[in-house]
Design a protein around this ligand. Structure first.
Ligand code: GLA
Length: 706
């Protein structure tokens, strides 16, 4: 029997899918312009080698052992020991432009598997989700359920991210010739440790060159991602929500869906991949309530911690407004009994000892200064020392009878318990209705251990319940923006971003560390959702000190804020905050809409990144010297992406106070001129000589079409 071959095109990529005998992607790569029909794919009909099964075994979107595929199957489950090895036959296809719904069934096992796939024609981002339905009366137990995507044999290099609290998004690269790479997240939130993504491509891909495929799994709970090289040389990647034993059981006609996997093909390195993901996020994931510039923040946490004195906070707000801050957020410490991190989570009532006149005077003061008001919450958590716990010790996400270890002295609440959900919804709704709050910093500071609901494993349901709580709050308060913060960096993914508007990238405000963390995050997320704050000169998480210039320039390329007590800072620091806030405001229309470019540089001690306007009329680039230059000269900087036949005026917006006097005796000539005119072609091919820079310093360049 001949099955259909369906061709989907993006701007830069083409995907060819064969619907039967089971749905298989037979090509996904560089755009092919020819019109294809099923017969045209006969040149890629595979051989059958000796020494194995007598037939060709397709590598489908859900590999099946029963079809003769010996690798990790797409589905593992059973019905009390039966129906454990399903084989799904193509049933029907619905196509609507670039969007496909492929229905397959196994009538023996009584299961239906539906594949929803869409290749976004505008951005080249592919989204896939599988849904399994139980068609028989007896319950079906699902142990694993994954989406599988093929990769070509040449994609032998893999870039993934490791991390930890205060050091997120650290890249590591491995060469994969045999066997597999696997990452498992069992921490109950997206996690600092296992960002759900990886990139795979042909050897040597880098920022500006090479063929690669990027994957991000949009899920804020447990996951398993893997990449395999089969013994026949074929490759595939697999992504799934990681279920604990017994978590997913389907009654008759009940379904379970995988989260969405987002993937894109790039022919031109990591920059082109990021461009696709950023455009996709801007067009399809992000929903800002009002289309306005991202307001500059002041967040009180590192400024005052738990010391809330309304009169002093108002002084901080006054000073913040003078500096140009547009949104003032009071962090942890405002609610009843919250004097330290050992008590009160769950008691979401204003602390009347700290705020005897209520919160209104503070909110009104902030609003009168022309700023928005924001507040911190951590709804999913509870301290054992809280009125809520004393009243409802049974509200925990736990298995009764076992000891739950605390994390930051707290436990998680079971959001699948309707009473818990209703309580949190009522408290948050009350908070947002009572005060003029336009921003919530939504934290989640503990990893989840032994998550039990009615004694059964429940992390998938908990993750979905958290999404429901976000959704319900957003329905009731559609104008409120939300920040996803889980100890900074612990819940960063596309699915939570559908419900939120900014990430707190890391609890680490050390500019040197931030350079690397922000670069890692920039592969998948555009600058406008990346919270980046100027911290005080003496960094709280590393005890290192940096100049205001290095801190300001590092915070510039995200959604900017300051994280300190502006009242206590000296005049020089204050002037610095005001200066970099003003600079950010001037540049943010470009930074928050343009194309992010990371430059490959031969010396890892230097990091160069920039943003080019969509219409190529302007660009800004930051040259950061992280550690001591490896060589006594830093070479040249070639900047691609501007219009070759147009001239640009290069101006130096910022350079270090001590520039020539450290490792450099004399600056390159262009750095001493007010402006230099260069063509886009010159910049791309010949470039400009780089200065030799002291460690922990940066230069900011601007290019404007003449
Ligand atoms: C987490 C956040 C911080 C701050 C504290 C408050 O660590 O990441 O930014 O809000 O909680 O307790």
């Amino acid at each position: 029997m001949n099955y259909d071959a369906i061709t989907l095109h993006g701007q830069n990529s083409t995907l060819i899918l064969k619907t039967g005998p089971a749905p298989e992607i037979v090509y996904w790569g560089e755009r092919v312009n020819a019109q294809l029909h099923v017969n045209d794919i006969s040149p890629i009909t595979r051989a059958v080698p000796h020494g194995r099964l007598d037939l060709d075994v397709p590598l489908t979107l859900s590999p099946e052992h029963g079809r003769g595929m010996f690798s990790s199957p797409g589905l593992e489950g059973h019905r009390n020991g039966y129906d454990w090895s399903p084989v799904f036959a193509f049933h029907s296809l619905e196509q609507n432009g670039n969007s496909l719904k492929i229905i397959t069934e196994d009538t023996i096992a009584g299961l239906k598997l539906v594949i929803d796939l869409i290749l976004d024609p505008a951005t080249d981002v592919l989204q896939i989700r599988h849904t399994l339905t139980n068609m028989k009366p007896d319950p079906y137990q699902v142990d694993r359920f994954a989406v599988t995507l093929p990769l070509p044999e040449r994609a032998d290099e893999l870039l993934a991210f490791h991390g930890r609290w205060v050091r997120e998004f650290q890249p590591h690269q491995i060469n994969l010739k045999h066997g597999s790479y696997q990452q498992e997240n069992r921490r109950g939130r997206t996690s600092h440790e296992h960002f759900p993504a990886f990139i795979q491509g042909s050897t040597g891909f880098n920022e500006q060159q090479g063929e690669l495929w990027g994957f991000h799994f949009g899920w804020s709970g447990n996951h398993r991602l893997r990449s395999d090289v089969k013994t026949d040389g074929r490759r595939f990647m697999q992504a799934e929500a990681l279920y604990f034993a017994g978590e997913i059981q389907l009654a008759e006609n009940e379904s379970v869906s995988t989260p969405l996997i987002y993937a894109t093909y790039s022919q031109h390195g990591l920059n082109a991949m990021s461009h696709a993901f950023h455009q996709f996020v801007r067009q399809q994931i992000l929903h800002f309530p009002v289309n306005k510039p991202r307001p500059v923040h002041l967040n009180t946490w590192e400024g005052i911690y738990f010391q809330h004195d309304p009169a002093y906070i108002m002084q901080m707000a006054t000073q913040a407004a003078r500096l140009g801050v547009e949104r003032f957020i009071i962090d942890d410490g405002w609610f009843k009994g919250r004097d330290h991190d050992r008590a009160a989570l769950g008691d979401w009532y204003l602390d009347e000892k700290k705020y005897p006149d209520g919160l209104e005077p503070v909110v009104n003061h902030v609003r009168a200064l022309g700023m928005e008001f924001g507040i911190w919450v951590e709804p999913e958590m509870i301290n054992p020392d809280s009125d809520l716990f004393r009243a409802h010790p049974d509200w925990l996400l736990a298995v009764p009878g076992y000891h739950q270890p605390t994390g930051r002295n707290q436990y998680a609440l079971d959001l699948q318990n309707p009473a818990v959900f209703a309580y949190l919804l009522e408290r948050l709704d009350d908070l947002l209705s009572r005060y003029d709050i336009s921003y919530l910093k939504w934290d989640m500071n503990r990893e989840i251990v032994q998550p039990g609901h009615d004694s059964k494993a429940a992390i998938t349901g908990q993750t979905q319940a958290v999404y429901r709580l976000f959704d319900e709050i957003r329905t009731r308060h559609p104008l409120v923006e939300i920040e996803s913060c889980a100890s900074g960096g612990g819940r960063i993914d596309f699915e939570v971003l559908k419900r939120t508007h900014r990430f707190w990238t890391s609890d680490n405000n050390d500019a040197l560390e931030r350079q690397q963390i922000q670069r890692g995050m920039s592969y998948f997320f555009p600058p406008e959702v990346m919270g980046s704050h100027i911290g005080s000169a003496h960094c709280h998480s590393t005890a290192r000190s940096h100049s205001i210039a290095f801190r300001g320039l590092t915070a510039l390329f995200g959604h900017m804020g300051v994280e300190l007590d502006p009242v206590k800072e000296n005049a020089e620091e204050q002037a610095g905050f005001a200066h970099f806030i003003a600079l950010h405001k001037q540049l943010r229309p470009l930074l928050h809409s343009g194309k992010v470019v990371r430059i490959d540089h031969h010396d890892p001690a230097m990091m160069i990144n920039g943003v080019i306007a969509a219409d190529q009329t302007e660009a800004v680039f930051l040259i950061s010297q992280l550690t001591m230059p490896t060589y006594s000269l830093s070479g040249s900087l070639r900047l691609p992406g501007l219009q070759a036949d147009k001239n640009y005026c290069l101006t130096v917006l910022e350079k270090p106070a001590r520039f020539d006097g450290g490792v450099m005796k004399t600056q390159p000539q262009w750095l001493t001129q007010d402006e230099t005119i260069l063509s886009g072609e010159w910049l791309a091919k010949i470039g400009i000589a780089l200065p030799v820079m002291d460690p922990e310093s940066a230069v900011l360049l601007q290019f404007k079409l003449v």
